[in-house]
Design a protein around this ligand. Structure first.
Ligand code: FMN
Length: 186
């Protein structure tokens, strides 16, 4: 029997580590789960207006998004726990170092293997939140996680956010070929 429960949700979510620079040039990073890709080249992320990251994105209109990985999980969680507005050495504390992107005015976190570079298309401000819609203008990937010129998810140690269990889960084995396994019903 199917139960009718109280609240709906979508899960899992990606674990996105957003990199920005402040007005003083100081790099910041935060963890965001309320985001995803829209079509082929755009993303949307919902950010609270209380975050330094939100201020930095409004200022620069450019940012990076790295995928959290299992081997950097504590650091990825930490940047979601404290604000760069209050902890000025936030990135140092969790062992993150950065290199400025050559495509956008935003930091690429050296310890995370895959990062997309993003430019704001639209900022929608409502209910003390900013919904950021941005274009993906570049991609940086460590050569160790690239196979035949493409990011190889099996090499990343990618994690996702379980919104029900409030935990990170490792991305596992391939379950079947997309646009393909259903062909058996043709
Ligand atoms: C798993 C996880 C997911 C989060 N997702 C979001 C999110 O999607 N949007 C948001 O505004 N804050 C989110 N946060 C909270 C911010 O990452 C957190 O408040 C952070 O300290 C903000 O840092 P900043 O002020 O340096 O930008 C999340 C935190 C965690 C741990």
């Amino acid at each position: 029997m199917k139960l009718s429960l109280e609240k709906g949700f979508i899960t899992p979510h990606p674990v996105l580590i957003i990199g920005t620079y402040g007005a003083d040039g100081r790099p910041d990073a935060m963890n965001a789960a309320w985001g995803g890709q829209i079509g082929g080249s755009q993303i949307s992320i919902s950010l609270s207006n209380t975050h330094l990251t939100t201020d930095n994105i409004k200022l620069n209109r450019e940012f990076t998004v790295a995928f959290a990985t299992a081997d950097q999980l504590a650091a990825c969680d930490y940047v979601g726990l404290v604000s760069g507005a209050k902890v000025s050495d936030k990135l140092d504390r969790c062992g993150f170092t950065v290199t400025k992107s050559d495509k956008v005015n935003a930091p690429v976190i050296d310890q995370l293997p895959v990062t997309i570079e993003c430019r704001v298309i639209e900022l929608q401000d409502e209910f003390n939140e900013t919904r950021v819609v941005a274009e993906i203008v570049g991609l940086k990937a460590d050569e160790e996680v690239v196979t035949d010129g493409k990011v190889d998810i099996s090499k990343l140690g990618l994690v996702v956010y379980d919104t029900v269990g409030k935990c990170y889960r490792a991305v596992g084995d391939v379950a079947g070929g997309a646009w393909n396994i259903g062909r058996k019903f043709d």
